[in-house]
Design a protein around this ligand. Structure first.
Ligand code: NDP
Length: 238
């Protein structure tokens, strides 16, 4: 299917890890790509805007900067995310709300800011980077899993609200991917995870990026409200 030209893309947390692989895949596809960072700067060749997704004013300022540089955001990838793992009995309220604020409310903030222009353009592609654990659950990740499960309800509600305006909202649910985030896991936990993954290996960030660019492409124009796993078979059945 023919692509309808270069789009204005914004990837939150696109300065490293999965977000960076996603940003690079869009650049390779000929799109105009901006990525957010929280002060670390961005790798050479990418357009970076400073933005903490927990700060509504910073989100607004970042979008304004992107709009001036490359036009209104047409493709939004809500990828920024954190973990703060501990068992429920030890988890304090701040650990819960901080993770939900960054992962879920952050995704909502950027979505709300993006949809204004998407509605005007009658075009929009939104992809949420969730996680297999949002659907399977994971001990020690009540906060993280709740935030990632919330993205499914959000994408599906947006699909129902805005689907008729040529705006799609989908979820990509990666399994375990080689990044700084999984670097933190103990060797025992890594072994345990690999034992449970039918593919027997972690994903490369580029394998997640491939699903994301597909969902943003014209070929995926009738896919919305979907949850696409990229997990080596770990979450089968969802
Ligand atoms: P990394 O820890 O490597 O990168 C996280 C990114 O999110 C960084 O760019 C970070 O910015 C950004 N970020 C975190 N908090 C905020 C915030 N408040 N405002 C703006 N940016 C923020 O993680 P991954 O690349 O591994 O993960 C990317 C996404 O994929 C996350 O949502 C994660 O939950 C999800 N995921 C990851 C999996 C994995 O196995 N790695 C599996 C399933 C899902 P900064 O550099 O400033 O810290």
């Amino acid at each position: 299917m023919e692509q309808s030209g270069a789009r204005s893309v914004l990837v939150t947390g696109g300065n490293r890890g999965i977000g960076l692989a996603i940003a690079r895949a869009f650049v390779d596809g000929g799109h105009k790509v901006a990525v957010t960072h929280r002060g670390s700067g961005v790798p050479d060749g990418l357009f970076g805007v400073k933005c903490d997704v927990t700060d509504t004013a910073a989100v607004d300022a970042a979008f304004t900067e992107v709009e001036e540089a490359q036009g209104p955001v047409e493709v939004l990838i809500a990828n920024a995310g954190i973990t703060d793992d501990t068992l429920l009995m030890r988890m304090d309220e701040d650990q819960f709300t901080r993770v939900v604020d960054a992962n879920l409310t952050g995704a909502w903030r950027v979505t709300k800011r993006a949809t204004r222009a998407m509605l005007r353009a009658r075009y929009g592609r939104i992809v949420y980077i969730s996680s297999v654990v949002g659907l399977m659950g994971s001990p020690g990740q009540v906060n993280y899993a709740a935030s990632k499960a919330g993205m499914v309800g959000m994408a599906r509600s947006i699909t129902r609200e805005l689907g008729s305006r040529n705006i799609t909202a989908n979820v990509v649910a990666p399994g375990f991917v080689e990044t700084d985030m999984t670097e933190e896991l103990t060797p025992e936990r890594r072994k345990q995870i690999l034992g449970a993954v039918p593919s027997g290996r972690y994903a490369k960030p580029e394998e997640v990026a491939a699903a994301v660019t597909f969902l943003a492409s014209d070929a995926a124009s009738y896919i919305t409200g979907a949850v696409i796993p990229v997990d080596g078979g770990l979450g089968m059945g969802h």
